[in-house]
Design a protein around this ligand. Structure first.
Ligand code: NAI
Length: 330
C-alpha cells in the first residue's frame, strides 16, 4: 500500500483533487491518502498558511500531490507553493508539454519538457524597500543549484531518449548571474553525448511560438521557467492540461502548472486533466507504470472522442461528467 500526502488547496483545488482521486482509484491501485490542509484558511488556526504538520506529513510519506493554493498579490503571506519547494529542497520543477489528439490547438505534435530550477532566482523572496523611492529584489543564482538542475535536465534527456537540451537564459544582460548558469550548462553538457545549445529567453519565447517542434528538453532558471511553461501550455490547449512535478533528492510533490482559478471555483467547470496528468507522473515516479498507462490511455480516448470536453477546451461538459467519461474508459 502506498501512503500519499494529499493537499486539496483552495479555489478549484478541492474539485480537481477529488476528480484526480476518483480517476486514480478507478485503476484499482491501493493508495491511502493522508489529507492535510494548507493555505489562507489555516492562518487563524495555526498562525501560518503552511503549518509544520503539513511539512512533517510530506517528510513522513515522501510523496505528496496537491491542488493549487492562492497567493495574495502584492501583499500578505509568501507563496505556500514556493515555501514548500524551498523547505523540502524540491529543486526540480519538471513540466512535460505534450499535444493530445482531439484537442483543438494551433499545434498537434508538440512533445517537449521544461526543466525549471525551483529554489532560487527571484523567488527567494529577498527584497526590501529603498525608502519611498523604490524597492529591490535580489536574483540569487548559485553554482550548486545550477549544477544540479543542469545535471538533472541532461540525465533526463539521456534516460528518456531525447537528443537535444536547450538552456534558456538572459546572460547578455545579467552577465554574472545568468552568465554563471550558462557557463555551468556548457561545461556539464560536454560530458554527455547530446546536442546542447542555448537561447536568450526573449528569442526562446518567439521560437517556441513559431517552431515548438524544434525543442525537446529545455532547462532554465526559475522565473523564465514559470513564464515559458504557461506559454507552452497555451500551445497545446491551455493550463487545464499541463502537469508538473517538484522533485528533490528525498521528496516529490506533484501539482498542476495552473493556479487556483478563482473565477471558476465551485462551479464544476474546472478541467482536472492537469492534476490527473500530475498523478500519472506520480505513479510513474512510484514505478506503477501499469496504472499510469491505464489513465493515460483513457485520457487519450476521451480527447479523441471529443464529446465530453470541459469549457476551457471548447466543450460543455462539467468536471464531474469529464471524470465519469475518463473512469468509463479506464
Ligand atoms: P490560474 O492558473 O489560476 O488561471 C489562469 C487562467 O486559466 C484563468 O482564466 C483560469 O480560469 C484558467 N484555468 C486555470 N486552470 C484551469 C483549469 N484546471 N480548468 C480550466 N481553466 C483553468 O492563474 P492566476 O489567475 O494567475 O492565479 C490565481 C491564483 O493561483 C493566484 O493566487 C496565484 O498565485 C495562484 N497560483 C498557484 C499556483 C500553485 O498552487 N502551484 C500556481 C500558479 C498560480
Amino acid at each position: 500500500m502506498n501512503k500519499i500526502t494529499l493537499i486539496p488547496g483552495d479555489g478549484i483545488g478541492p474539485e480537481i483533487t477529488k476528480a484526480m482521486k476518483k480517476v486514480v482509484e478507478a485503476t484499482g491501485i491501493n493508495i491511502e491518502w493522508e489529507e492535510v490542509e494548507a493555505g489562507e484558511s489555516q492562518i487563524d488556526k495555526f498562525g501560518t498558511p503552511l503549518p509544520n504538520h503539513v511539512i512533517d506529513c510530506i517528510k513522513k510519506n515522501k510523496i505528496a500531490i496537491k491542488g493549487p493554493i492562492t497567493t495574495p498579490i502584492g501583499k500578505g503571506f509568501k507563496s505556500v507553493n514556493v515555501t514548500l519547494r524551498q523547505e523540502l529542497n524540491l529543486y526540480v520543477n519538471l513540466r512535460p508539454i505534450k499535444s493530445f489528439k482531439g484537442i483543438n490547438s494551433k499545434y498537434d505534435d508538440i512533445d517537449l519538457v521544461i526543466v525549471r530550477e525551483n529554489t532560487e532566482d527571484l523567488y527567494t523572496g529577498i527584497e526590501h524597500k529603498i525608502g519611498d523611492y523604490g524597492a529591490e529584489s535580489i536574483k540569487l543564482i548559485t553554482k550548486p543549484a545550477c549544477e544540479r538542475i543542469c545535471e538533472f535536465a541532461l540525465n533526463y534527456a539521456q534516460n528518456n531518449s531525447r537528443k537535444k537540451v536547450t538552456a534558456v537564459h538572459k546572460a547578455n544582460i545579467m552577465k554574472l548571474s545568468d552568465g554563471l548558469f550558462l557557463d555551468i550548462f556548457k561545461n556539464i553538457s560536454k560530458q554527455y553525448n547530446l546536442e546542447a545549445n542555448d537561447l536568450i529567453v526573449d528569442a526562446a519565447a518567439m521560437n517556441l511560438v513559431l517552431n515548438p517542434e524544434k525543442y525537446e528538453v529545455m532547462v532554465m532558471p526559475n522565473l523564465y521557467g514559470d513564464i515559458l511553461s504557461d506559454l507552452c501550455a497555451g500551445l497545446v490547449g491551455g493550463l487545464g492540461i499541463i502537469p508538473g512535478a517538484n522533485i528533490g533528492k528525498e521528496y516529490a510533490v506533484f501539482e498542476a502548472v495552473h493556479g487556483s482559478a478563482p473565477q471558476i471555483a465551485g462551479k464544476n467547470k474546472a478541467n482536472p486533466t492537469a492534476l490527473i496528468q500530475s498523478a500519472i507522473m506520480m505513479l510513474r515516479y512510484l514505478k506503477k507504470e501499469h496504472y499510469a498507462l491505464k489513465i493515460e490511455k483513457a485520457l487519450e480516448k476521451v480527447f479523441l472522442n471529443g464529446e465530453k470536453l470541459t469549457e476551457d477546451l471548447g466543450g460543455n461538459a462539467s468536471t464531474t461528467e469529464f471524470v465519469e467519461e475518463v473512469c468509463k474508459y479506464i
